[in-house]
Design a protein around this ligand. Structure first.
Ligand code: ADA
Length: 562
């Protein structure tokens, strides 16, 4: 399933997870030769999954083919949704080319005619990266390839609900914006209705032939129960368009900043967070739901109230679980260490904008998401240099985010401290720093002085330390707390949290990172075990000493904030 519940329970559907036929295509012959049916050797592989976790496939960066034969007991229009394919996907249904999608962390779909009886779905996947892909090559996580999230084929009527965005205010006011679609040639008039908790709004709509249009409906919930970490109340909206039904959960909550504070439902919030990659040695990006649930349990045991989905749009099931757990979520695009030129020029400029639209479209209704982050550690100390006008490009990207979603904070993450030229565009100042790990000082400043200097420069904006930490190899102990020992990590993380608590301009932090992760093969030499070892738990979720110290510290801070 794509999430914790079925958004379209009335639509007949075929879940295409499970066994597919698979072959690699290192010389890229497949498109001309008609892979995978003509491929000399195919083998079974499971979807969702990442091929790099198959034996002997660890380092494979290239093209591979997937094929699934499946039976349908319905025919006609069907919506074929891929939860995510890493990274470039080309799709054929019964020999007909449906199109392509680039970007390994957002869902995409095609509406096509399906046959009653036997059908065949073929997907060509390419997980190579370069300077013009999003993310770029050689990032600090493993570039897994494959159909990494669920695939679903569902029957749709000639008019159906394509996408729903729900805005829920703390006064109980609910507005639903539904994108509705008519697949027929001529216009169709149908009833549209919204129901939440016995409140109902309805009217008829006319949708022109072969178009998509947005329709709005609103109502007010009496005696509103707000969504927040202490009590994550969720409502369900049921939207009906003719005979099509769409249900979606949402929350009533408000997030805003006031001076150097972040306010959730009018109350000051101090973020106790971790950065989390979707990674596990056995699963790659394709974590099973059970493991996502366990991660949430561990993160809650740490007394966190927030997770940063570093560095890409996360799995919808994980977001559903955060909604239920009351864990705030920091959602981000994978523009990781892009140069100013990459942000400001095509094709990467357009790719950031397209993925931003996809991420917001798909994830809009999760109350857990309180902020959208445009990118991480890019060359943001530049404004305009020659042909590169980073200022205009950043203003345009952030402007687009605000236009798509005026209900959340918009930001980006920087490691350029006082040299950064774009903080005025963001609602929060998000800083990554590794004083005490990669460097001892920044321009002569120790960590406390660094915080003071940032606060003096930006006294009226909340500061979040979005990354800080130290590498520790699980089980490595040292009397002298040397680097790579659990003791060093414990000291580093806890002392920096204490320093942040001592500065009233800091609105919280995200420890780098939740669990140890595999790194890109090109980075392996600088990373013992070919892993980024800054996790509070290792890759199998075994706790290090810092885990217990952070748990105590976050529990204390939670108490101070209550
Ligand atoms: C960066 C980056 C992370 C990770 C981290 C580290 O700040 O944002 O993705 O690479 O450093 O461990 O060095």
């Amino acid at each position: 399933m794509l999430g914790r519940y079925d958004r379209t329970p009335d639509r007949p559907k075929i879940i295409l997870d499970g066994w597919w036929e698979f072959c690699t295509d290192p010389d890229e012959r497949g498109e001309d030769a008609g892979y995978p049916s003509s491929c000399p050797e195919t083998r079974p592989i499971t979807v969702p999954g990442c091929w790099n976790t198959e034996l002997g496939m660890h380092g494979y960066q290239g093209v591979a083919w997937y094929c699934k034969a499946f039976e349908s007991d319905f025919e006609g229009w069907a919506k074929l949704t891929f939860g995510a394919v890493a990274d470039l996907a080309r799709v054929w249904l019964n020999g007909e080319y449906l199109g392509e999608h680039e970007g390994g962390f957002t869902a995409f779909s095609f509406v096509a005619q399906i046959e009653r009886g036997e059908n065949e779905l073929v997907v060509r996947v390419d997980n190579r990266h370069s300077d013009t892909t999003l993310p770029k090559d050689a990032v600090d996580w493993f570039p897994y390839g494959g159909i990494s999230r669920s695939v679903i084929c569902e029957q749709v009527h000639k008019v159906y609900i394509d996408c729903v965005h729900i805005r829920g205010g703390i006064d109980g006011q609910v507005e639903v914006r539904a994108r509705v679609r008519n697949l027929e040639a001529g216009p169709i008039t149908v009833p549209l209705a919204l129901e939440v908790e016995n409140q109902r709004a309805a009217r008829t709509v006319t949708i022109a032939g072969q178009t998509r249009q947005e329709e709005r409906l609103s109502l007010r919930i009496a005696d509103p129960q707000l969504w927040g970490p202490a009590s994550p109340h969720l409502y369900t909206a049921v939207i009906e368009l003719g005979t099509d039904l769409y249900q979606e959960r949402f929350g009533l909550r408000e997030i805003r900043v006031e001076g150097s504070e972040i306010l959730l439902n009018g109350q000051e919030l101090w973020i106790r967070g971790v950065n989390r990659h979707e990674d596990h040695p056995d699963w790659g990006f394709a974590l099973p739901a059970k493991l996502m649930q366990r991660d949430i349990q561990i993160i809650q045991d740490l007394h966190c109230n927030a997770v940063r989905g570093s560095h890409y749009p996360n799995h919808p099931t994980f977001l559903d679980l955060c909604d239920e757990a009351g864990l705030l979520f920091f959602a981000e695009l994978p523009g990781w260490q892009y140069s100013a030129a990459q942000i400001a020029t095509e094709p990467t400029k357009g790719k950031l904008q397209r993925m931003l639209r996809e991420m917001i479209d798909e994830q809009f209704n999760h109350p857990c998401i309180y902020t959208w982050s445009m990118h991480n550690e890019c060359q943001t100390e530049v404004d305009v240099e020659g042909d590169v006008d980073l200022s205009s490009a950043m203003a345009a990207l952030i402007g687009l985010a605000r236009e798509l979603d005026e209900t959340r904070l918009i930001t980006y993450v920087s490691h350029r401290y006082w040299r950064d030229k774009h903080f005025h565009l963001a609602d929060t100042i998000c800083l990554n720093q590794y004083i005490g790990w990669y460097v001892e000082h920044i321009d002569g400043a120790d960590f406390g002085e660094y915080l003071q200097r940032m606060a003096q420069l930006h006294p009226k904006v909340p500061i979040l330390i979005t990354e800080f930490g130290a590498g520790a190899i699980w089980g490595q102990h040292s009397m002298d707390a040397v680097k790579w020992s659990e003791e060093y990590q414990l000291q580093q993380v806890t002392s920096q949290i204490e320093a942040m608590r001592g500065n009233e301009h800091v609105a919280g932090c995200y420890i780098w990172q939740y669990c140890d992760i595999a790194v890109h093969p090109k980075r392996a030499l600088g990373r013992p075990r070919s892993m980024n070892n800054k996790g509070l738990v290792d890759e199998y979720r075994r706790p290090k000493s810092a885990y217990f110290a952070v748990r105590d510290l976050f529990a204390r801070i939670e108490g101070e904030e209550a």
